[in-house]
Every structure is written in structure tokens, then in C-alpha cells.
Design a binder for this molecule. Sequence first.
Ligand code: Z5A
Length: 215
Amino acid sequence: MTEAVVSHPHFISLEGGEGAGKTSALAAIRDLLQARGFEVVVTREPGGTPLAERIRELLLNAKDEPLAPETELLLMFASRAQHVREVVRPALQRGAFVLSDRFTDSSYAYQGDGRGLDKAWIEALERRAVGLKPGLTLLLDLDVREGRARTAGRDLWPDRIESEQDDFFERVREGFRRRAAAELQRFRVIDAAQSPAQVAAAVSAAVSQWLDAPK
Ligand code: Z5A
């Protein structure tokens, strides 16, 4: 059973609230890494394997009964454990870069800060079921109402988490910002209120600088 959480230099995650623009930022980073000749695996959480995508469906669209916060956390980690073993570790072992749209920081922010679950429990799950963290995490930071306005037209039927109130998303945003401030080596905070082109340029600059820095 894994007990340490080890960071990997080829593992990059993107984090942020709803509508922050992770999708286009991921494409910019993928292009940059491929231009440097690396194999790149783009993936996401919850999800990333067929089984984990089925867990994602339960997490976002469970309609039969309310999902308890504890169930939500455990399903996030069930998805992550599968994703790490089936996709992330094998890709890193063959030398590829892994770009993940969200990873464990989202569990700390959404289930920890948003739902109020015990962080020590999340830490224990991270150590025992995951054992791995990104070498670089880009936090796309955006005003909550602006992010929700961006996705309002798209989400005619918002999923379970998207249906939460603004105060939930304010706690999530603060949680992300606190994590970034506590781990300056790993996090780069990007102003996601800029235009898509400016955000793409900022994430590309952050990744290039990190790749070129001595490790
Ligand atoms: N979750 C959790 O609770 N715990 C966990 O451990 C994990 C996840 C791993 C995943 O759903 C949900 O699971 C998520 C957190 C939770 N819930 N929420 N909320 P998801 O993957 O469907 O949700 P998301 O990650 O928030 O996706 P998103 O809302 O699509 O955000 P995005 O990928 O960052 O945004 P986007 O698709 O790139 O852009 C959204 C729209 O904004 C789109 O129309 C763009 O054209 C527009 N956009 C993007 N950038 C800009 C700029 N710069 N200016 C103007 N408009 C822009």
C-alpha cells in the first residue's frame, strides 16, 4: 500500500472553477509539448478510463437519490485510483507527459473546502489510493460569477455539482488559492479573466519556464 505522495516532473494538472478555460489551456500546453517532441497524454478527472468515466457519470448525473458528501469523495478517489493505475503511471513510466484536467487538488477544494469534509481524511486517501501528484499545477483563477456566466448558455441542464450556489464556489476558489499559496514550487496561478489567447500565452510561458528550469 502506497504511503508517500511523490511528484513527477512529467505530470501537469490544470485546476480552477467552472468556466475558467481549462479546455483551451490544455490544448495550448499539449501543442507546446508535442512541438518539443514529447508524447503527450491528455486526460481528465473524474474519469480518464472507461470504468472511471462510468464513475464520473454517477458523480455528475446521479438522479435517483441525493449523493452524500462522503460518497462523493470516495467516488472521486475510486475514479482517481483507477485512472492513476491504468493511465497516468503507465504513461509516465514510458516517458510521456500527462496533462490532466483536474486531479487531487480538486478534491481538497470541492470536497474539503466546498463540502466541509475532513482534510486529514483526504490526505489519507491521497497517500493510500493515489501516491502521486503533479510536478506542475496551473491554477486558472477566475471570479465565480464570471465563470458561471461563461457556461450559462452551454449548461441548459447543469450537472449536480454545477447546480450548487455561489457561496459553495467561493469556498472552492479560496481553497484553491490557499493551496497555491502553500505550495509555491508546484503551483502557477494564471489570471483566467484575460482573453483566451492571453490565457494560452500565459500557461505556455509558465510551462516553458518550468521545463527549462533545472530540476
Ligand atoms: N470535481 C470534484 O468535485 N472533485 C474532484 O476531485 C474532481 C472534480 C476531480 C467536473 O466537471 C466536476 O467535478 C467539476 C469539479 C468536480 N464541477 N464543477 N463545477 P467538468 O469537468 O464538467 O467541469 P469543469 O472542469 O468545471 O469544466 P468547465 O465548466 O467546462 O470548465 P473549463 O474546462 O475550465 O472551461 P472551458 O470548457 O474551457 O470553457 C468554458 C466556456 O467559457 C466555453 O464556452 C469557453 O468558450 C468560454 N471561455 C473559456 N475561456 C474563456 C476566456 N478566456 N474568456 C471568455 N470565455 C472563455
